[in-house]
Design a protein around this ligand. Structure first.
Ligand code: SIN
Length: 314
Protein backbone atom coordinates (compact mmCIF):
# COMPACT_ATOMS: atom_id res chain seq x y z
CA UNK A 1 0.00 0.00 0.00
CA UNK A 2 1.35 3.48 -0.91
CA UNK A 3 2.15 6.17 1.70
CA UNK A 4 -0.90 8.17 0.52
CA UNK A 5 -3.05 5.05 0.92
CA UNK A 6 -1.83 4.42 4.49
CA UNK A 7 -2.38 8.08 5.35
CA UNK A 8 -5.92 7.89 3.91
CA UNK A 9 -6.80 4.79 5.95
CA UNK A 10 -5.39 6.28 9.15
CA UNK A 11 -7.16 9.60 8.57
CA UNK A 12 -10.58 8.42 7.46
CA UNK A 13 -11.19 4.83 8.55
CA UNK A 14 -11.46 3.96 12.25
CA UNK A 15 -8.91 1.30 13.29
CA UNK A 16 -11.55 -1.34 14.07
CA UNK A 17 -12.92 -1.11 10.54
CA UNK A 18 -9.65 -1.54 8.65
CA UNK A 19 -9.41 -5.01 7.16
CA UNK A 20 -7.28 -6.73 4.55
CA UNK A 21 -9.19 -9.21 2.42
CA UNK A 22 -7.43 -12.26 1.07
CA UNK A 23 -6.13 -11.92 -2.51
CA UNK A 24 -8.38 -13.60 -5.07
CA UNK A 25 -7.32 -15.93 -7.88
CA UNK A 26 -7.21 -14.44 -11.37
CA UNK A 27 -9.79 -16.83 -12.71
CA UNK A 28 -12.44 -14.54 -14.08
CA UNK A 29 -16.09 -15.61 -13.79
CA UNK A 30 -18.84 -13.32 -15.04
CA UNK A 31 -22.43 -13.95 -13.94
CA UNK A 32 -25.40 -11.83 -15.00
CA UNK A 33 -27.29 -10.26 -12.09
CA UNK A 34 -30.62 -11.53 -13.43
CA UNK A 35 -31.93 -7.95 -13.45
CA UNK A 36 -32.19 -5.74 -16.55
CA UNK A 37 -28.44 -5.08 -16.65
CA UNK A 38 -25.22 -5.75 -14.80
CA UNK A 39 -22.97 -8.71 -14.09
CA UNK A 40 -21.02 -9.90 -11.05
CA UNK A 41 -17.34 -10.59 -11.62
CA UNK A 42 -15.52 -13.12 -9.45
CA UNK A 43 -12.03 -14.58 -9.40
CA UNK A 44 -10.16 -11.32 -9.89
CA UNK A 45 -7.98 -9.11 -7.69
CA UNK A 46 -8.35 -5.59 -9.08
CA UNK A 47 -5.07 -4.49 -7.48
CA UNK A 48 -3.12 -6.66 -9.94
CA UNK A 49 -5.01 -6.89 -13.21
CA UNK A 50 -2.95 -8.12 -16.18
CA UNK A 51 -3.59 -7.11 -19.81
CA UNK A 52 -5.73 -10.13 -20.84
CA UNK A 53 -7.87 -9.73 -17.71
CA UNK A 54 -8.30 -6.00 -18.39
CA UNK A 55 -9.36 -6.81 -21.97
CA UNK A 56 -11.90 -9.37 -20.72
CA UNK A 57 -13.25 -6.85 -18.20
CA UNK A 58 -13.65 -4.18 -20.90
CA UNK A 59 -15.54 -6.64 -23.11
CA UNK A 60 -17.81 -7.65 -20.19
CA UNK A 61 -18.40 -3.99 -19.35
CA UNK A 62 -19.55 -3.27 -22.95
CA UNK A 63 -21.85 -6.25 -22.80
CA UNK A 64 -23.35 -5.79 -19.33
CA UNK A 65 -22.96 -1.99 -18.83
CA UNK A 66 -22.43 -2.39 -15.05
CA UNK A 67 -19.84 -4.70 -13.46
CA UNK A 68 -19.93 -5.57 -9.76
CA UNK A 69 -16.69 -6.92 -8.34
CA UNK A 70 -17.03 -7.98 -4.69
CA UNK A 71 -14.30 -8.68 -2.14
CA UNK A 72 -11.68 -6.12 -3.17
CA UNK A 73 -9.07 -4.46 -0.94
CA UNK A 74 -7.82 -1.33 -2.67
CA UNK A 75 -6.07 1.76 -1.47
CA UNK A 76 -6.89 4.98 -3.38
CA UNK A 77 -3.78 4.66 -5.59
CA UNK A 78 -4.75 1.09 -6.56
CA UNK A 79 -8.28 2.28 -7.37
CA UNK A 80 -6.76 4.92 -9.67
CA UNK A 81 -4.47 2.34 -11.33
CA UNK A 82 -7.36 -0.06 -11.97
CA UNK A 83 -9.64 2.72 -13.26
CA UNK A 84 -6.98 3.77 -15.79
CA UNK A 85 -7.53 0.40 -17.52
CA UNK A 86 -10.68 2.09 -18.93
CA UNK A 87 -9.02 5.33 -20.05
CA UNK A 88 -7.45 8.53 -18.75
CA UNK A 89 -9.07 9.85 -15.59
CA UNK A 90 -10.83 13.15 -14.94
CA UNK A 91 -9.96 15.24 -11.90
CA UNK A 92 -12.66 14.60 -9.34
CA UNK A 93 -15.68 16.94 -9.12
CA UNK A 94 -14.35 17.58 -5.57
CA UNK A 95 -10.98 18.90 -6.75
CA UNK A 96 -11.61 22.11 -4.74
CA UNK A 97 -11.68 19.99 -1.54
CA UNK A 98 -8.48 18.36 -2.73
CA UNK A 99 -6.82 21.71 -3.39
CA UNK A 100 -7.89 22.81 0.09
CA UNK A 101 -6.04 19.80 1.55
CA UNK A 102 -9.20 18.19 2.95
CA UNK A 103 -8.88 14.83 1.15
CA UNK A 104 -6.40 13.20 3.56
CA UNK A 105 -3.87 11.65 1.17
CA UNK A 106 -6.41 10.76 -1.53
CA UNK A 107 -5.24 11.47 -5.11
CA UNK A 108 -7.01 14.30 -7.03
CA UNK A 109 -8.69 11.79 -9.38
CA UNK A 110 -10.60 10.25 -6.46
CA UNK A 111 -13.88 11.77 -5.31
CA UNK A 112 -14.87 11.01 -1.73
CA UNK A 113 -18.60 10.37 -1.42
CA UNK A 114 -19.49 10.29 2.24
CA UNK A 115 -21.70 11.58 5.03
CA UNK A 116 -18.79 11.31 7.51
CA UNK A 117 -17.66 14.53 9.20
CA UNK A 118 -14.23 15.25 10.61
CA UNK A 119 -13.70 18.26 12.87
CA UNK A 120 -17.28 19.26 12.08
CA UNK A 121 -16.74 19.36 8.29
CA UNK A 122 -17.91 16.79 5.72
CA UNK A 123 -15.00 14.72 4.34
CA UNK A 124 -16.89 14.07 1.10
CA UNK A 125 -19.92 14.89 -1.04
CA UNK A 126 -23.59 13.89 -1.28
CA UNK A 127 -24.24 13.43 2.47
CA UNK A 128 -26.88 10.86 3.42
CA UNK A 129 -29.81 12.06 1.30
CA UNK A 130 -31.21 10.43 -1.79
CA UNK A 131 -29.25 11.21 -4.96
CA UNK A 132 -31.54 11.56 -7.99
CA UNK A 133 -31.14 9.68 -11.28
CA UNK A 134 -28.29 11.06 -13.35
CA UNK A 135 -25.34 10.32 -15.60
CA UNK A 136 -22.01 11.42 -14.09
CA UNK A 137 -20.58 14.75 -15.23
CA UNK A 138 -23.05 15.01 -18.11
CA UNK A 139 -22.93 18.80 -17.58
CA UNK A 140 -19.51 19.11 -19.29
CA UNK A 141 -18.88 19.05 -23.07
CA UNK A 142 -17.21 15.60 -22.93
CA UNK A 143 -18.99 13.73 -20.11
CA UNK A 144 -17.29 10.95 -18.15
CA UNK A 145 -17.23 7.62 -20.00
CA UNK A 146 -17.12 5.40 -16.92
CA UNK A 147 -17.28 5.69 -13.16
CA UNK A 148 -15.75 3.29 -10.67
CA UNK A 149 -17.20 3.29 -7.15
CA UNK A 150 -15.56 1.47 -4.23
CA UNK A 151 -17.32 0.75 -0.94
CA UNK A 152 -15.04 1.43 2.05
CA UNK A 153 -17.75 1.74 4.72
CA UNK A 154 -21.42 1.02 4.11
CA UNK A 155 -24.52 1.49 6.28
CA UNK A 156 -26.47 -1.56 7.51
CA UNK A 157 -29.55 -0.39 5.57
CA UNK A 158 -30.19 2.11 2.78
CA UNK A 159 -27.65 3.76 0.49
CA UNK A 160 -28.32 1.24 -2.32
CA UNK A 161 -27.22 2.41 -5.77
CA UNK A 162 -29.63 1.86 -8.66
CA UNK A 163 -28.62 1.58 -12.31
CA UNK A 164 -30.92 1.78 -15.33
CA UNK A 165 -30.28 0.65 -18.90
CA UNK A 166 -30.67 3.54 -21.35
CA UNK A 167 -30.33 1.33 -24.45
CA UNK A 168 -33.41 -0.56 -23.26
CA UNK A 169 -35.22 2.64 -22.26
CA UNK A 170 -34.70 4.05 -25.76
CA UNK A 171 -35.77 0.83 -27.46
CA UNK A 172 -38.95 0.69 -25.36
CA UNK A 173 -40.06 4.30 -25.95
CA UNK A 174 -43.65 4.61 -27.13
CA UNK A 175 -43.74 5.76 -30.78
CA UNK A 176 -44.77 9.33 -30.01
CA UNK A 177 -41.92 9.79 -27.51
CA UNK A 178 -39.42 8.20 -29.86
CA UNK A 179 -40.45 10.65 -32.59
CA UNK A 180 -40.33 13.52 -30.07
CA UNK A 181 -36.73 12.88 -28.96
CA UNK A 182 -35.34 12.40 -32.44
CA UNK A 183 -32.89 15.24 -33.15
CA UNK A 184 -33.49 17.00 -29.80
CA UNK A 185 -30.80 18.58 -27.66
CA UNK A 186 -31.07 18.79 -23.88
CA UNK A 187 -29.36 21.26 -21.58
CA UNK A 188 -27.64 19.45 -18.64
CA UNK A 189 -27.38 21.62 -15.54
CA UNK A 190 -24.03 22.02 -13.75
CA UNK A 191 -25.19 24.01 -10.74
CA UNK A 192 -26.12 21.23 -8.30
CA UNK A 193 -25.04 17.70 -7.39
CA UNK A 194 -27.42 14.77 -7.74
CA UNK A 195 -28.24 15.20 -4.02
CA UNK A 196 -29.33 18.78 -4.68
CA UNK A 197 -26.26 20.45 -3.11
CA UNK A 198 -25.19 23.66 -4.84
CA UNK A 199 -21.71 23.09 -6.30
CA UNK A 200 -18.88 25.24 -5.00
CA UNK A 201 -18.96 28.63 -6.74
CA UNK A 202 -22.37 28.02 -8.42
CA UNK A 203 -25.37 30.30 -8.00
CA UNK A 204 -28.96 28.97 -7.81
CA UNK A 205 -30.42 28.75 -11.33
CA UNK A 206 -33.28 31.16 -11.94
CA UNK A 207 -33.60 30.67 -15.72
CA UNK A 208 -32.99 27.08 -16.90
CA UNK A 209 -32.49 28.29 -20.46
CA UNK A 210 -29.42 30.26 -19.39
CA UNK A 211 -27.89 28.22 -16.54
CA UNK A 212 -24.37 26.73 -16.47
CA UNK A 213 -23.87 23.31 -18.07
CA UNK A 214 -23.66 21.63 -21.48
CA UNK A 215 -26.02 20.73 -24.32
CA UNK A 216 -26.11 17.18 -25.66
CA UNK A 217 -28.24 15.13 -28.06
CA UNK A 218 -31.11 13.41 -26.24
CA UNK A 219 -30.23 10.16 -28.00
CA UNK A 220 -26.57 9.27 -28.42
CA UNK A 221 -24.73 6.63 -30.39
CA UNK A 222 -22.40 4.65 -28.15
CA UNK A 223 -18.94 5.08 -29.69
CA UNK A 224 -17.90 1.47 -29.04
CA UNK A 225 -21.07 -0.61 -29.36
CA UNK A 226 -22.74 1.63 -31.99
CA UNK A 227 -26.07 1.27 -30.15
CA UNK A 228 -28.54 4.14 -29.47
CA UNK A 229 -29.13 5.18 -25.85
CA UNK A 230 -31.24 7.89 -24.23
CA UNK A 231 -28.94 10.53 -22.75
CA UNK A 232 -30.87 12.87 -20.49
CA UNK A 233 -28.25 13.54 -17.79
CA UNK A 234 -30.35 14.79 -14.89
CA UNK A 235 -33.85 16.20 -14.47
CA UNK A 236 -33.15 19.15 -12.18
CA UNK A 237 -32.86 22.42 -14.18
CA UNK A 238 -32.89 20.53 -17.50
CA UNK A 239 -34.31 22.14 -20.62
CA UNK A 240 -35.12 20.84 -24.10
CA UNK A 241 -33.18 23.37 -26.14
CA UNK A 242 -35.45 25.74 -28.07
CA UNK A 243 -38.69 24.58 -26.40
CA UNK A 244 -41.06 26.82 -24.41
CA UNK A 245 -40.56 25.94 -20.72
CA UNK A 246 -43.94 24.30 -20.14
CA UNK A 247 -43.50 22.02 -23.20
CA UNK A 248 -39.94 21.20 -22.23
CA UNK A 249 -41.00 20.28 -18.66
CA UNK A 250 -43.89 18.14 -19.88
CA UNK A 251 -41.68 16.19 -22.31
CA UNK A 252 -38.83 15.75 -19.80
CA UNK A 253 -41.24 14.58 -17.08
CA UNK A 254 -42.63 11.91 -19.41
CA UNK A 255 -39.15 10.80 -20.50
CA UNK A 256 -37.84 10.60 -16.92
CA UNK A 257 -40.90 8.67 -15.73
CA UNK A 258 -40.20 6.19 -18.53
CA UNK A 259 -36.46 5.89 -17.70
CA UNK A 260 -37.14 5.34 -13.99
CA UNK A 261 -39.33 2.28 -14.68
CA UNK A 262 -37.93 -0.59 -12.51
CA UNK A 263 -38.01 -2.93 -15.53
CA UNK A 264 -34.82 -1.20 -16.79
CA UNK A 265 -33.04 -1.27 -13.42
CA UNK A 266 -30.67 -3.16 -11.14
CA UNK A 267 -30.37 -2.09 -7.46
CA UNK A 268 -27.04 -2.70 -5.76
CA UNK A 269 -26.96 -3.43 -2.00
CA UNK A 270 -23.42 -2.60 -0.91
CA UNK A 271 -20.97 -4.76 1.02
CA UNK A 272 -17.58 -3.41 2.12
CA UNK A 273 -15.00 -4.16 -0.58
CA UNK A 274 -17.44 -4.00 -3.54
CA UNK A 275 -16.21 -2.21 -6.65
CA UNK A 276 -18.93 -1.21 -9.12
CA UNK A 277 -18.01 0.06 -12.56
CA UNK A 278 -20.57 1.51 -14.99
CA UNK A 279 -20.81 3.08 -18.42
CA UNK A 280 -22.28 6.60 -18.20
CA UNK A 281 -22.97 6.59 -21.94
CA UNK A 282 -25.74 4.01 -21.65
CA UNK A 283 -26.58 3.87 -17.92
CA UNK A 284 -28.09 6.30 -15.42
CA UNK A 285 -27.86 5.78 -11.66
CA UNK A 286 -29.33 7.04 -8.40
CA UNK A 287 -28.80 6.37 -4.71
CA UNK A 288 -31.25 5.69 -1.90
CA UNK A 289 -30.96 7.87 1.19
CA UNK A 290 -29.85 6.31 4.49
CA UNK A 291 -29.90 7.02 8.22
CA UNK A 292 -27.62 9.96 9.04
CA UNK A 293 -26.44 8.09 12.16
CA UNK A 294 -24.66 5.48 10.03
CA UNK A 295 -21.36 6.00 8.22
CA UNK A 296 -21.02 5.54 4.46
CA UNK A 297 -17.65 6.12 2.80
CA UNK A 298 -17.14 5.51 -0.91
CA UNK A 299 -14.33 6.39 -3.30
CA UNK A 300 -15.12 7.19 -6.92
CA UNK A 301 -13.03 7.71 -10.01
CA UNK A 302 -14.34 8.94 -13.33
CA UNK A 303 -12.89 8.04 -16.72
CA UNK A 304 -12.61 10.87 -19.24
CA UNK A 305 -15.16 10.71 -22.04
CA UNK A 306 -15.46 11.92 -25.59
CA UNK A 307 -17.81 14.27 -27.49
CA UNK A 308 -21.36 12.91 -27.51
CA UNK A 309 -22.30 11.46 -30.93
CA UNK A 310 -25.94 12.10 -31.89
CA UNK A 311 -28.06 9.13 -32.97
CA UNK A 312 -29.95 9.75 -36.15
CA UNK A 313 -33.05 7.55 -36.19
CA UNK A 314 -33.75 8.20 -39.87
C1 SIN B 1 -22.78 8.66 -7.57
O1 SIN B 1 -23.69 9.33 -8.01
O2 SIN B 1 -21.82 8.37 -8.25
C2 SIN B 1 -22.87 8.17 -6.13
C3 SIN B 1 -23.61 6.92 -6.01
C4 SIN B 1 -23.58 6.41 -4.61
O3 SIN B 1 -23.18 7.14 -3.68
O4 SIN B 1 -23.97 5.26 -4.44
Amino acid sequence: MSRGGRRFRRALIPAGRRCMLAPMKDTLRIEQTGAALGARVRGVDLSRVDDPTAEALRAAWHRHQVLIVPGQSLDPAALVDFSRRFGALEASPGSAEHAAGRQGGVPPEVWIISNVRRDGRPIGALGNREAAWHSDMSYVPEPARASVLYGVEVPPAGGDTWFADMYAAYAALPDDLRRAVDGLEVHHDASTTSAGELRRGAAPVVDVTAGPGARHPAVRRHPETGRPALFLGRRRNAWVVGYPLAESDALLDRLWAHCADPRFAYAHRWTVGDVVLWDNRCVIHRRDGFDAGHRRLMLRTQVRGEPVIPWRAR
